[in-house]
Ligand binder design. Structure first.
Ligand SMILES: [Ca+2]
Length: 277
């Protein structure tokens, strides 16, 4: 009787959540930041430093001093190396990189025509926002600078290696001494695929997982080359596969979350594993 009650409870639970729950509708543009909002760091960003100064908002609004010039608009982010060695991190919110077309673009400049040898790195974390979580993917020492906007350079870093990952991006100003200001503006993290909410919804709604509940296998339809992860009810990854047909017979009875991803979309669903004994 107890077994029957447990199975009934699992079945009812599975029925209640039987339809696809779309975890994310993926927008093409994840970050578009020109530091014009008057809020610094921008909402969801992290600003921290182990040196004298963190990054700060550099605002030219109503000011006639030419070094206040941003790349566009009136404001940018800046970090000082004047009389010090900086170690300042400006970190984006967590970003889900859904396909290999995503890249980071930003405009960067030294703040002085003579003292422009600012050094900085772009770092990626796949875990958290502690300094040790980050790995550099790009570094340079600037070879140009100006008090106005003319020395800004566009830089692009591919994020293809992080397809399917949640990442944080850090702008780190470091390993230079007694220059002036590093200026950063017009940051864009986006893909080249034109996602629209409606298209995503249509595509993702077609993905089926059946049977559900299951006692052995599940089949996944209407998605090519899916990357599949199954997580138990305490968040542990219990299975990873690259197939449209997956054997779950070794899993304990219970409810699991299945994440299905390919280059076009990602969905999560609940699936119920039951035992026929
Ligand atoms: Ca700006």
């Amino acid at each position: 009787m107890k077994n029957f009650t447990q199975k009934t409870a699992i079945l009812l639970c599975a029925l209640a959540i039987k339809f696809i729950s779309i975890s994310q509708i993926l927008p093409d543009t994840l970050i578009k930041e020109g530091f014009e909002s008057g809020i610094f760091p921008p909402t969801g960003w992290t600003n921290s430093s182990t040196s004298t100064y963190a990054w700060f908002p550099y605002s030219g609004t109503g000011v006639s001093i030419p070094e206040y010039y941003s790349h566009s608009g009136s404001d940018c982010a800046a970090s000082s190396s004047w009389g010090l060695t900086p170690n300042a991190y400006l970190i984006t919110p967590k970003l889900l990189i859904s396909d290999t077309t995503y890249s980071l673009k930003f405009w960067i400049s030294g703040g002085d025509t003579d003292f422009f040898s600012e050094h900085y790195s772009i770092l990626i974390s796949q875990t958290g926002t502690n300094y040790n979580d980050f790995t550099p993917i790009f570094s340079e020492t600037l070879t140009d600078g100006n008090t106005n906007s003319s020395a800004y350079k566009l830089r692009t870093c591919s994020l293809a290696a992080y397809k399917g990952k949640n990442i944080y991006i850090a702008f780190k100003h470091h390993d230079c001494f007694d220059q002036y200001y590093l200026k950063l503006d017009d940051i864009l993290v986006s893909g080249t695929k034109n996602y629209t909410g409606f298209n995503d919804l249509n595509e993702e709604s077609k993905i089926k997982v059946y049977p559900n509940p299951t006692s052995d296998k599940i089949e996944i339809s209407n998605v090519m080359n899916p990357e599949v992860e199954i997580v138990n009810n305490i968040g542990e990854l219990v299975l990873k596969a690259n197939s449209n047909s997956i054997d779950l017979s070794h899993l304990n009875e219970g409810i699991y979350t299945i994440k299905i991803q390919n280059e076009h979309s990602m969905i999560t669903k609940k699936i119920s594993v039951i035992k026929n004994n």
